[in-house]
Structures are given as C-alpha cells and as structure tokens.
Design a protein around this ligand. Structure first.
Ligand code: GLN
Length: 381
C-alpha cells in the first residue's frame, strides 16, 4: 500500500487521551484530563428526560434551538452588559472544540497568520494548520503567564487575521485583566484583526476577580468570537454542547462551516439547557464551589515540595516540582502515574517549542476524598 500522506505528521494522540488511558491502566488517581467527577443536577437530567419523552428527538435548527439562544442572549446581557441578537449572533456547537474549529474553518484562509499564546490548549494549533493558516505562537511564562502586548504588536504583519486568547487560561489558571482587554481592543481596532476568545471557564474565577469577557468591551465585541461551554458550567463535559457569540457577519461565516461539520447539536439537551440556564443560581455559585476545591487541594499539599503557581480561574492547578526532581515534565508525569499512582498533565506539550518549566497540571474538579488521596501522594515529596 502507498504511504498515507498525513496532514498533521507531527501530531500524535491528544495528551488527555494518553494520560487518562495511562491512569486507568495503572490504577492511578486521574487528575490529568480535565473533567468534573460531580453529578449533573437531577433537575437538569429530568429536563432532558422529559424533552426526550415529549418527542423532541429530531434535528435541531442548524444554528441551535431558538429558546436556548434566547436564554443565552439574556444571560450575556445580564453578565456582560452586551446586547446580542439570538437570531444572528449565537450558534450552538458540539462543545467548545467544535466552536473553535468551526470559527477557524469559517474565517481563516490559507496563508493567514493566527497569533496564539503558548502554553495553548491543544486543539488551537492543529485547527489553524488544517485550514492552511499559520500559527504564530508567543510564549507566556510562569509564574504569572502575563502577556507582553508590545511583543504581540511586534508579531503583527499584513497577514495577521486573528489573535486567540483564553481566559481563565487552560492550563495555567491565569486570567486576563481589564487593562489587557483594553490594550487588545486598541490593537484590534488599529489593525482590523479578529479575536477568538475562548471563555469556557467564564464561571470559574477566584479571589474576587471579575471575568473579563470580550463582550464587555464594545470595540472588541464587534470584532470577536467568544466561545463558551455548558460542559464546564454544568458538570457535563460528556454532553459536548457549547456556543459561539459574534456579530452577524462573523456568525454567518462560522455557520457556513458549522452546518457541514455537525449540522446541528442534539435537540433534547438544548431544550433542557434553555430552561435550566434561566436560573442564575445554577451558574453563579460555581466560582465559590471551585475556589473551595482549589483551597482544599492546596491545603492538602502544604507540607509538600511541590510548589503551587497562582491559579485564579479554571479547575487546573499548576505545581512546580523544581525542588523534587530534575526529570522533564513528560518523564515526571509518566513516573508519577506509574510509580506513585497519580496522573497529571505535562505543560510542555502545550508549547510549540516544548518549553519545559518543570510544571505539571492537576485537575481539582474532584471530590474531597480524591483530592486528599492525591495530597497524600504529593506529600511524599
Ligand atoms: N479540556 C480538557 C482538559 O483540558 C480535556 C478535553 C479533552 O480531553 N479533549 O483537560
């Protein structure tokens, strides 16, 4: 057989699949792949069940069920003070990952440059390259993972089409500040660049900080695609439902791609979410809930030489093991999983140039028993 020509020759299986599999094979505590081990609310499950029993089991409209888009529009207005039209500005997608892929497919042409910040979530770079775009990574570094906007300006060329941001950031747990967004707003207005803003952890932000959505800044909202996810907010990552919010002209291009990637997202869950999301308590409590988790986890590892980086949002805690071992991150993650039965994610895989800061990412979206067990293991060092 003739050799198959790979579009992504350098890409193997995603680190999340690799580490979750290793955790399972090794009988290790799995703090690698990010997913909550909490139950989805009974009420939400009942709502889905009812929709199915009521016969809502055929294709949803391509952009999403109208009632869900209406609820989302009112939540965006309440949360970020930005008025969007549910008809023309919101598209329901099969999770944040499809939202990102459909956005890039719809808007990035071959040869277009896309600026992104490494460590970046693993689907960004391949989504750009599969569409013929050119990723332009800028490294952001511990301990704070702040963006140097002058460096960003120096990377802009006539081919720069898009800048991708992610706040709260996965894997670092860093959050962007108002000044960051204002600076970005200025850059975008000067250069006519689109912003793809991955905000899937919008409801998981700590220490009294405020989530700086692009939707809060008129000059950004007009040129941005904001991506959100129900999986993170309602403990249902396996349902794979997310959405994009963007101006009508931008949304039009996203939908051209979305309609040929998935066409539409499952109907009963959308209808159920439309009801469930109407109650603000269902999402406004989440920051407090996860801040307690973060603090509980940090408390467990107080005596350990694993040193925490600041985590202001998301459900990921980075720990430096500089005082523990000189292994590379990939070796260390494998060693901890195999020898100590605790799985995590090496951060170097999220850097194009494999920058190794001796950091591992631990997901704290777990019950206290699990976090305490993990803490015991980390306290061996
Ligand atoms: N978002 C999850 C994480 O960061 C992983 C999702 C996936 O496995 N693709 O761990």
């Amino acid at each position: 057989m003739k050799e198959i020509h790979s579009r992504l020759p350098d890409i193997g299986t995603s680190i999340f699949a690799v580490m979750s599999k290793m955790a399972q094979e090794q009988g290790a505590i799995n703090l690698s792949q990010g997913f909550p081990d909490f139950k989805v609310s009974e009420k939400l499950i009942e709502l889905v069940h009812q929709q199915m029993k009521d016969g809502h089991n055929q294709y949803a409209p391509m952009p999403g069920v109208p009632s869900l888009r209406q609820t989302i529009a009112s939540v965006i207005l309440q949360s970020y003070g930005h008025k969007v039209n549910p008809e023309t500005d919101i598209t329901i997608t099969a999770g944040g990952t499809e939202a990102i892929f459909a956005t890039i497919t719809g808007l990035v042409s071959p040869g277009d440059e896309v600026i992104l910040f490494d460590p970046s979530y693993d689907c960004y770079d391949p989504a750009i390259r599969l569409n013929g775009g050119i990723p332009v990574p800028i490294n952001i570094l511990p301990p704070d993972f702040t963006i140097d906007w002058d460096q960003v300006k120096s990377k802009i060329t006539s081919r720069t089409r898009m800048i991708m941001i992610n706040t709260p950031q996965n894997p670092s747990g860093a959050v962007l500040k108002e000044e960051d967004l204002k600076t970005l707003e200025g850059i975008v207005n000067d250069h006519g660049i689109l912003v793809l803003s991955d905000e899937v952890y919008e409801r998981i932000i700590f220490d009294q900080l405020v989530h700086q959505s692009v939707m809060r800044f008129p000059g950004l909202a007009a040129n941005s695609i904001a991506v959100f996810s129900f999986g993170k907010t309602f403990h249902a990552t396996g349902w794979k439902v997310g959405y994009t919010v963007a101006s009508p002209a931008i949304t039009n291009e996203i939908r051209k791609a979305h309609q040929f990637i998935t066409f539409s997202v499952n109907t009963p869950i959308q209808l159920a979410l439309a009801e469930y999301m109407k109650e603000p308590a269902h999402y406004l409590e989440l920051s407090k809930f996860y801040q307690q988790k973060r603090d509980f986890f940090l408390d467990q590892i107080k005596g350990s030489s694993f040193e925490p980086m600041a985590c202001h949002g998301s459900y990921f805690q980075l720990l430096s093991y500089k005082g523990v071992s000189s292994k590379s991150e990939v070796e260390m993650a494998e060693w901890l999983t195999k020898e100590h039965k605790l799985a995590s994610i090496p951060v170097s895989v999220f850097y194009k140039d494999k920058t190794d800061n001796q950091l591992l990412r631990f997901c704290f979206a777990k019950g206290e028993d699990t976090l305490a067990e993990a803490g015991k293991i980390l306290n061996r060092f």
